[in-house]
Design a binder for this molecule. Structure first.
Ligand SMILES: [Zn+2]
Length: 154
C-alpha cells in the first residue's frame, strides 16, 4: 500500500486534513485549538507530495470539524483537502470550499471601522486575488481589504 494512502486510512473514524501547505500547518493547528483535544491527534509536516513541494497532514480521530472551522481553514489555505473516515473507509473527500461571505469570523483591522466601535457582527466579502490567488477579505462596512492570512480570526 502506498504510504500516502496509509496516512489517510490509518484512523478508524474521524477526519484527515490533507495537502496543507507546510508553512500554514501550525496556523491551522492553532485555529483548530488542537492542543485542547483529548482524542488522538496526529500531525505531520514537510511530507513529500506530488502536487506540492512539502505538505502537512492532520489526522483527528473521533473528532469533527465545524463548518465555521472549515471556513477559517479555507481562508488561510483554500488548497486543503478534507477526508472523512468511517470504519477505516474514506466516505468523503473534497477540497475545502471558500465561502463568499463570512460573518463574525475575523476582526476588521481598520480602527475607525464601525464594527470596532459598536457591539455588532463583522461581515466580510471573500475574494481571490486574480494574480497570486491569495484570499482577500473586504469589510462590508468600511471596505478595508486584508489578506486573509494576516487577518485576526475570531
Ligand atoms: Zn471594516
Amino acid at each position: 500500500m502506498p504510504k500516502e494512502k496509509m496516512l489517510v486510512e490509518a484512523i478508524q473514524n474521524g477526519i484527515v486534513l490533507d495537502h496543507i501547505p507546510a508553512d500554514k500547518l501550525f496556523a491551522i493547528v492553532s485555529l483548530l485549538r488542537l492542543q485542547q483535544l483529548t482524542t488522538p491527534v496526529t500531525i505531520g509536516n514537510n511530507l513529500q507530495s506530488a502536487r506540492q513541494q512539502r505538505k502537512g497532514v492532520i489526522k483527528l480521530s473521533d473528532h469533527k470539524v465545524s463548518s465555521r472551522e472549515l471556513d477559517k481553514i479555507a481562508l488561510i489555505a483554500p488548497e486543503v483537502h478534507l477526508n472523512r473516515i468511517q470504519d477505516y473507509q474514506v466516505i468523503e473527500k473534497r477540497q475545502v470550499e471558500l465561502p463568499h461571505e463570512v460573518y463574525d469570523l475575523a476582526r476588521c483591522p481598520n480602527p475607525k471601522c464601525i464594527t470596532n466601535a459598536e457591539p455588532m457582527r463583522t461581515h466580510f466579502h471573500v475574494a481571490t486575488h486574480p494574480e497570486d490567488g491569495t484570499v482577500i477579505l473586504e469589510c462590508h462596512y468600511c471596505g478595508r481589504k486584508t489578506p486573509a492570512e494576516q487577518a485576526e480570526l475570531l
